[in-house]
Write a protein that binds this ligand. Structure first.
Ligand code: BES
Ligand code: MN
Ligand code: ZN
Length: 503
């Protein structure tokens, strides 16, 4: 995806003009700082009610310029009162999507227009341009690798940001914002690609190979523990979940080092079940194909590490990604089995479909080797979280008030919102077992919380936050900057959080 700062005049660019929702239609067009003829066209579109300025609404106006057809796209920003960076992301995400079926080689936005100058001085030029570019780059995303296509692949048009009449200081901020947004969008799109890839093409081995590739191109170190090392390290819970598949489990460990003396260490842990059939506690057939997304947490951690390395974040980060397939076979884990986790705690397996917490138990324990100042795990962990919070908010659970608040605030800034669910002092009691130390299923009620309660047995005293992304990791419809399929959720909130945590 191309985003360029250059003046649009010379080329036959399509123009884009943004507008808030409005009732006084004649005045709305006046704010757009367009040549009289175009202002007249825009005014007519407002007046006739063809364009109202709802968030993400896109209306194309076509006219002739020096004999050739040219276009002006009106893009809505919604109510002026509720406008924020997220609305801008969504608007440009929708705009990018709407151009998919059109043939514009480039579209230009006049940053110096009165409405843009007002908009960006309100949001801050860096933050504002970052939101716009992020929305654009995410909206341009397409997962079409597996389509055998006739003709040429559809190319996203270049976005030209016309810098004329923007003061130099603001312009410098804008350039920084655009670069940051492209780093983030590339990381989100990496996570989306991995998550969207079908489970026959992306197993634990393939994910490990992808991690190595990312590490190589971004200057990270990466090691992958295979069966023998997992046995040596006694990661019994990860081995148990993986034992039903011919593709063995992997523990991916990927590190970013800032090179700063006394840098803080942060551990990010991401669940990566490349396919979750439920195991012997098998899932219903309906929708089971969606369980290819059960590695979205691991993909988010990988994306976040790539972005943090490219942004040269001021802290050290280790990503720990337990990867396996939860399948059924003669060698599969059984309900009733008791396994010994890396921490030494024994776990009674009540339900083989509660596999995420098992592999996270070993990964969280493993992460303590790096003496992290905090651990954040990300996982498509429970259907119960989807019931509780739906698809707009990820679930947040934590043993540390300050950490929880920092994560929540990072989510708001990033446009990946979270809602906290309570973890009582004695939450860990709910998973006590009769025959082992703990069990992996606590019965009906508060499923998202009891899953976190299970994890809390493996975090010791470390400040820890758990993000349940079961409801947010993928979507069934195109909306704003989301496309059908994986959302890449987790990447942006982790990066936002980590940068402040380090600095
Ligand atoms: N990967 C699923 C959770 C999930 C369900 C994510 C739906 C996204 C959408 C997880 O491994 C699982 O199966 N959890 C069980 C736990 C239960 C058996 C305690 C669940 O939520 O039903
Ligand atoms: Mn499961
Ligand atoms: Zn799962």
């Amino acid at each position: 995806v191309k985003v360029l700062f250059r003046s649009a005049e010379a080329r036959a660019s399509a123009l884009v003009a943004v507008s808030f929702k409005t009732k006084t239609t004649s005045r709305a067009a006046r704010h757009l700082a367009l040549p009289p003829r175009l202002r007249e066209l825009a005014a007519a579109a407002f007046e006739a009610g063809h364009f109202r300025g709802e968030t993400g609404e896109v209306f194309p106006l076509v006219y002739r310029r020096r004999g050739s057809p040219a276009a002006l796209f009106l893009v809505g920003l919604g109510e002026r009162r509720s406008f924020d960076a997220e609305k801008l992301r969504q608007a440009f995400g929708s705009f990018a999507r709407s151009l998919k079926s059109r043939r514009a080689p480039q579209v230009a936005l006049l940053l110096g227009s009165p409405i843009c100058r007002r908009l960006f001085s309100k949001l801050g030029w860096e933050r504002g341009i970052a939101a716009l570019v992020e929305g654009w780059c995410l909206g341009c995303y397409e997962f079409d690798r597996l389509k055998t296509r006739r003709g040429r692949p559809s190319r996203a048009p270049a976005l030209e940001l016309d810098p004329r009449r923007v003061p130099p200081r603001e312009l410098a901020d804008a350039r920084r914002g655009a670069i940051r947004a492209q780093v983030l969008a590339r990381a989100v799109n990496l996570a989306r690609d991995l998550s969207n890839t079908p489970p026959n093409l992306l197993g634990p081995t393939d994910l490990a190979a992808a991690a190595k590739r990312v590490a190589k191109t971004s200057g990270l170190s990466c090691s992958v523990l295979k069966r023998a090392e997992l046995e040596r390290g006694q990661l019994g819970a990860l081995l148990a979940v993986g034992q039903g598949s011919t593709q063995g489990p992997r523990l991916i460990v990927i590190r970013y080092r800032s090179g700063k003396r006394g840098a803080k260490q942060l551990a990010l842990v991401g669940k990566a079940v490349t396919f979750d059939s439920g195991g012997i506690s098998i899932k219903p057939a309906q929708g089971m194909e969606e369980m290819k997304f059960d590695m979205a947490g691991g993909a988010a951690v990988l994306g976040a590490l790539q972005a943090l390395a490219e942004l040269k974040a001021p802290l050290d980060v280790v990503g720990v990604i337990p990867a396996c397939e939860n399948l059924i076979s003669g060698s599969a884990l059984r309900p009733g089995d008791v396994v010994r986790s890396a921490s030494g705690k024994t776990i009674e397996v009540i339900n083989t479909d509660a596999e995420g917490r098992l592999i996270l138990a070993d990964a969280i324990h493993y992460a303590h080797r790096f003496r992290p100042a905090a651990i954040v795990d990300v996982a498509t962990l429970t259907g119960a979280c989807v019931v509780a919070l739906g698809s707009r908010f990820s679930g947040l659970m934590s043993n540390d008030r300050e950490l929880a608040e920092e994560i929540r605030a990072a989510g708001d800034r990033a446009g990946e919102r979270v809602w906290e669910l309570p973890l009582g002092e004695d939450a860990g009691e709910s998973v006590r077992s009769q025959v082992a130390d703990i069990k992996n299923f606590a019965g009906k009620g508060a499923g998202a919380i009891t899953a976190a309660a299970f994890l809390s047995h493996f975090v010791a005293e470390t400040p820890w936050a758990h993000l349940d992304i079961a409801g947010t990791a993928w979507t069934k419809r195109d909306e704003g900057y989301h496309r059908v399929g994986a959302t890449g959720v987790g990447v942006r909130i982790l990066v936002e959080f980590a940068e402040r945590f380090g600095g």
